[in-house]
Design a protein around this ligand. Sequence first.
Ligand SMILES: NC(=O)c1ccc[n+]([C@@H]2O[C@H](COP(=O)([O-])OP(=O)(O)OC[C@H]3O[C@@H](n4cnc5c(N)ncnc54)[C@H](OP(=O)(O)O)[C@@H]3O)[C@@H](O)[C@H]2O)c1
Length: 297
Amino acid sequence: MATRVAVVTGGNRGIGLEICRQLASSGVLVVLTARDEEKGSRAVEELQGSALPDVIFHQLDVADRSSIARLAEFIKTKFGKLDILVNNAAIGGTTIDPERLKELQMQNPEEDVRTFVDGYLGSLQQSYELAKECLDINFNGTKDVTECLIPLLLLSKSGRVVNITSQTAQLKFMSNEGVIKVLSDIDSLSEEKLDEVTCAFLADFKDGNLAARGWLPVASAYAASKALVNAHSRLLARRHPSLAVCCVTPGFVRTSMNYGMGLVSAAEGARPPVALALRDEPGDSGLNFELFDECEF
Ligand SMILES: NC(=O)c1ccc[n+]([C@@H]2O[C@H](COP(=O)([O-])OP(=O)(O)OC[C@H]3O[C@@H](n4cnc5c(N)ncnc54)[C@H](OP(=O)(O)O)[C@@H]3O)[C@@H](O)[C@H]2O)c1
């Protein structure tokens, strides 16, 4: 098979960097992207220095449409097509009190995982500004990058989009029946409806109505943004039957997003998305995976 070309967003650190490393180790030519040129170039040097020459850097801020257009033009000119897009870039949209973080860092998450994760999520603080940024980057940014690169993915023999999602985005954790209906009714889903859900979420946040309206009360913007990514993936899978568009949860991974907390390393967390990116089976488009297993949206 001719060399496949992959774009990975947010490739300068965490799970994204490990996805780049593992894809390049599997013979894929990787375009490692990052919003910060210096951080991205340093990450590429690190990979090239560990005998992975087929990794190149291109700047990409997923929240900046001109940056997205420049990346698309670069891929078109250099490769004429794109085989794999891994939408990894995201922010948590929360802050944490440093004293509370110290307490959490003293605990052993593996002693009682559920209690630890609930304690951790319950400690996260939110603000309207961060919530808005979180939706802009995680949902609108991912959507804009994907839509801009779709024409190039359609030129591949087996174009694949892998969206990194979260367990917190699963609709079973939400109780807003209206939103659940919109996000799960794939037949009538549209970009306009996803934008309406975004606006409704932000209005509820502003009015202090998150819990009353059945949004996840912790890490609310993050969960909502990833639920929107999930729904958009299903919409694209339907619209483009020749592409494979999937979502995958990497687990609870020790990265900056989690303030260094989690149960597995970034390398471990990269394995499920990489397996999905390299998969070559028809019929998995429009699906959601938790680690390596299919799960409900
Ligand atoms: N860690 C977990 O337990 C976990 C669980 C479920 C899902 N995930 C998902 O896994 C993915 C990777 O997260 P991570 O844990 O590796 O977090 P991370 O270490 O914080 O990495 C996030 C990456 O996204 C980049 N990014 C943020 N905003 C961006 C923008 N506007 N344009 C381009 N890049 C941007 C960051 O770049 P900068 O360095 O410039 O900030 C960084 O490279 C995310 O989609 C996350 O939601 C993580």
